[in-house]
Design a protein around this ligand. Sequence first.
Ligand SMILES: Nc1ncnc2c1ncn2[C@@H]1O[C@H](COP(=O)(O)OP(=O)(O)OP(=O)(O)O)[C@@H](O)[C@H]1O
Ligand SMILES: [Mg+2]
Length: 262
Amino acid sequence: MYIEVRNAVKQFLCKNPAGGDEKFVTVLGDVSLSIERGEFVCLLGPSGCGKTTLVNAMAGFEKLTSGSVVIDGETVTRPSPRYVTIFQNYGLLPWRSVRKNVELGLESSGLTPEERDVTAERYLKLVNLSAFAEQHPCRLSGGQQQRVAIARALAVNPEILFMDEPFGALDAITRYKLQNDLREIVRRECKTVVFVTHDIDEAVFLADHIVVMEPNPGRIRKILPVKLSHPRVRNESGFVELRKEIFREFFHVSDRSIEYFI
Ligand SMILES: Nc1ncnc2c1ncn2[C@@H]1O[C@H](COP(=O)(O)OP(=O)(O)OP(=O)(O)O)[C@@H](O)[C@H]1O
Ligand SMILES: [Mg+2]
């Protein structure tokens, strides 16, 4: 298996709101998960169920209290250039042009400036932003900035993309468009993706497997395969059925009452 999360437990030392001593809160309680190379996996769950903690542990940003993450046979102890993380707030450097932002990760790669330019151009083209290469991020819309962040991540040719609610701040139409673009790009570039979301539709649209999580402590409730072909159609019966099934997992509601929600 390419990515293996084995019995991951994460505890944080938290202030007791009622005063008194600090105490340990278990945020991830014994999470195990296997992901194959080339898979697109969505971690789906309500706020606070530990999605960010889990993806950060996989990407090497968060140390587990116990358990381990193994990627391609190696235990993860720190972030690696073989995998990149894309956050919700784009993380672009405002004083650099779009092109220079995309080149950021290439500056320590030994490429010549010309080679860096060629690589940046390739990925800007892929996300359809060549025309904006010399602009600064503040001149771009949220969706465009997020595409720059994706281009920057892909430019270093990572094996894995970890994405933590990357489209959370975008309007619905831009979000749909980027979901399409992302799915197409990772198919062409053969990447493995671990994508955090709390949006059921987004997960059904994107994932090969949906890992449904629940809180207190954060754990996996169910892993659902998504067998629908791409590009997926949101009002197609298989899509709607799966969305309902996940909804039931979240809210434990009956078939009848679910019609009020979706
Ligand atoms: N550094 C920290 N110290 C203490 N508690 C933390 C820390 N980071 C996260 N937590 C707690 O861990 C729990 C899980 O947080 P996490 O950010 O992983 O959730 P999440 O599923 O990503 O939520 P959201 O959908 O809101 O982003 C939360 O209750 C949070 O308060
Ligand atoms: Mg989060």
